[in-house]
Design a binder for this molecule. Structure first.
Ligand SMILES: Cc1cc2nc3c(=O)[nH]c(=O)nc-3n(C[C@H](O)[C@H](O)[C@H](O)COP(=O)(O)OP(=O)(O)OC[C@H]3O[C@@H](n4cnc5c(N)ncnc54)[C@H](O)[C@@H]3O)c2cc1C
Length: 595
């Protein structure tokens, strides 16, 4: 496996051209953010990601985690790397300044999270889950809970988990059965949770489990689920660790990928009930989880970007040194990177990554505007944009990560299928990203039902109008004109698809659901194309101003052209699939599959 070099130039370019870093740095509460600071953070993070985390990726995959008598051992080197990660402040970095973090805008922490994930997805999940648990306690917990748990979680001394899934409750959390019975000032929690990421580990002194459970008087369905803090070790009022709580990791899963991340089956209350503490009000647990969802889904979308980047770097480096066959129109000994079909594959990987990264960073910037802007109307519009784009970022970036990682295997030929190169690991690791934190089908249902139909397509039409403004303006930049022209038809088709959903969804929801994933892809291609276009415009302007990095800028223009001629035509074809294909799927009876 080759190493990982954080693509800092790409990241900075995207932060500036698509994320509008200067604007984000001018928002209230971000006064200390400057381009120099961001560059310094990315440079240092890049060293840790490439130097410490990336070398543990393949060995962690090979060795995996072990569970014995309820204790989990992570692969060699992980404990030390985690300790260094915390000591150098990287674990705390994304947290609010009042808890010891750096209080940076999401736009700035996003490329840093991308680096951890690209270097070592399995490792990065521990921090990602802890960030989610901190946010849940911070938003909905009592002051006492915040001061008791959050500082240690920010420091990484304690880690956090999300315990949602049960054998009968996966996509449908309304089916959660874990029970919580009041007893004095706490609750007795009993039940089994499965697939809990980093649910047991040897890197932290304590693990703060956030658990969805039902109270005895809870109404059925989603409105009867409450949220509890259930620590592995009880915490005394002075913050010191107390007795072991009644919960245990009964096993860990054997998985297709992310072997370095322990995925635990958690058993609560085998000895009478684990002590749990209610977060917020009873019966509002799922609603609280939903407030965390935008960040969690953005971060999983970002996992797609990260793993695609890692797979690309590996394929590019391999293709640059592997010699095989005479390359037409190239000197003797030219490596396979010059074969037209390999060039196509590398360009394909890169062009998709350009769109994916741009989409994730743009959405992070909109989150910052939504949370920090002093202009209420601007904040509201940004929030509507975030709500609309989150399922697209999550669904599109993860689906395309699998595609990119698969192409990475293909570039390697047979060596891609052999584990020693590491190309296969990226493919295996990427496979989970379309499943957890809401499958692609669930994202697409959300896009169609909640994000398009509910407001009659208004937020989407606002986005389409903005894309059209950029597109029309870009036609005047010769270097970007090809992509500007290529966007005309897909943009029109996206508008038609939105109108179709608005017209059809109430009367035939099964039909729109049958086309929802195709619509998500169409939206992803168009939004990605819009943001690649913005980058092409910026690259052309810099090139014409004599910017001294012409190869980098010319690359941006080449990726934009590829996007125009190879990817957008695929998007254009999706409208027919959406409108005419839905009926065939909707009317199909799965019983016919029996043959
Ligand atoms: C490695 C790993 C780590 C995980 N980490 C965690 C964790 O930390 N905490 C946690 O709580 N959970 C975790 N999960 C669980 C994960 O979130 C669930 O696997 C996921 O939500 C899907 O649920 P399910 O597996 O029950 O699949 P199902 O819900 O049974 O889905 C099966 C298929 O049916 C489709 N489907 C189901 N319902 C619908 C619908 N309404 N519309 C359209 N299609 C539908 C799905 O898209 C999917 O294709 C993890 C899972 C894995 C594998």
């Amino acid at each position: 496996m080759t190493g990982y070099n954080a693509p800092i130039r790409d990241m900075l370019f995207t932060l500036r051209t698509v994320g509008d870093l200067d604007r984000i740095a001018a928002l209230p509460g971000t006064e200390d953010v400057s381009i120099d600071l961001v560059e310094a953070i990315l440079n240092e993070a890049g060293k840790f990601a490439g130097g410490v985390l990336a070398p543990l990726n393949q060995s962690g995959d090979k060795q995996g985690c072990v569970c014995k008598d309820g204790a989990v051992t992570t692969p060699d080197g992980v404990r030390q790397a985690f300790a260094a990660f915390c000591e150098q402040g990287w674990h705390a970095m994304p947290a609010e300044a009042r808890y010891g973090g750096q209080g940076l805008p999401s736009l700035v922490s996003t490329p840093v999270l991308e680096m951890w994930t690209a270097a070592n997805l399995a490792f990065s999940l521990c921090q990602m889950l802890t960030i989610g648990a901190i946010a849940a306690i911070d938003h909905h917990g009592s002051d006492a809970q915040k001061s008791l748990y959050i500082p240690n979680m920010v420091a990484g001394t304690w880690t956090g988990t999300m315990n949602l899934t049960e054998p009968q409750a996966g996509s449908d959390l309304a089916a959660v059965r874990t029970r919580a019975v009041p007893e004095g000032d706490f609750y007795r929690v009993t039940g089994t949770k499965i697939f809990i990421t980093w649910g047991e580990n040897d890197v932290a002194e304590n693990i703060v489990h956030l658990v969805l459970a039902r109270l005895p008087d809870a109404p059925a369905g989603v409105k009867g689920i409450s949220l509890f803090i259930v620590p592995k070790f009880l915490v005394n009022p002075d913050g010191s660790l107390g007795a072991r709580n009644d919960l245990v990791c009964s096993s860990i899963e054997h998985k297709l990928g992310i072997h370095g991340s322990p995925t635990a089956v958690m058993s609560f209350g085998d000895k009478g009930g684990a002590q749990g503490y209610l977060v917020g009000e009873p019966h509002r647990g799922l609603e609280y989880m939903f407030t965390m969802m935008n960040h969690a889904r953005l971060n999983v979308g970002l996992e797609g970007v990260a793993i695609a980047e890692r797979a690309f770097q590996q394929a590019r480096d391999y293709a640059g040194q592997r010699v095989q066959g005479r390359v037409v129109d190239a000197p003797e000994g030219a490596p396979i990177a010059y074969h037209p079909d390999v060039k196509r594959m590398l360009l394909d990987m890169k062009a998709r990554i350009e769109a994916m990264r741009a989409m994730a960073y743009y959405t992070a910037a909109q989150m910052d505007i939504a949370h920090r802007s002093a202009d209420a109307a601007e904040a509201k519009r940004a929030q509507a944009r975030v709500d609309l784009l989150i399922p697209v970022v999550k669904g599109f970036c993860t689906e395309h990560a699998i595609l990119v990682a698969s192409t990475g295997v293909q570039v390697h030929g047979g060596m891609g299928f052999i584990e020693e190169t590491g190309a296969a690991q990226h493919f295996r690791d990427s496979r989970i990203t379309t499943i957890y934190e809401g499958t692609t089908g669930i994202q697409a249902n959300d896009l169609v039902g909640r994000k398009i139909f509910r407001d009659g397509g208004a937020a989407f039409r606002d986005l389409i109008a903005e894309i059209e403004t950029t597109r029309a303006g870009a036609a005047a930049t010769p270097e970007a004109a090809k992509l500007a022209r290529a966007l005309v038809a897909p943009l029109e088709k996206l508008g038609e698809a939105v109108d179709w959903v608005v017209r059809t969804h109430r009367a035939a929801p099964a039909r729109t659901a049958a086309s929802a994933v195709s619509l998500l892809h169409l939206a992803g291609y168009v939004v990605g194309g819009w943001l690649v276009l913005k980058q092409a415009q910026a690259a052309a302007a810099l090139l014409n101003s004599g910017e001294n990095d012409p190869a980098f800028l010319k690359g941006k223009l080449a990726f934009a052209d590829y996007y125009a001629t190879q990817l957008l035509p695929q998007a254009e074809a999706l409208l027919a699939v959406i409108v005419h294909g839905a009926e065939d799927v909707d009317s199909f009876d799965p019983a016919l599959l029996a043959g």
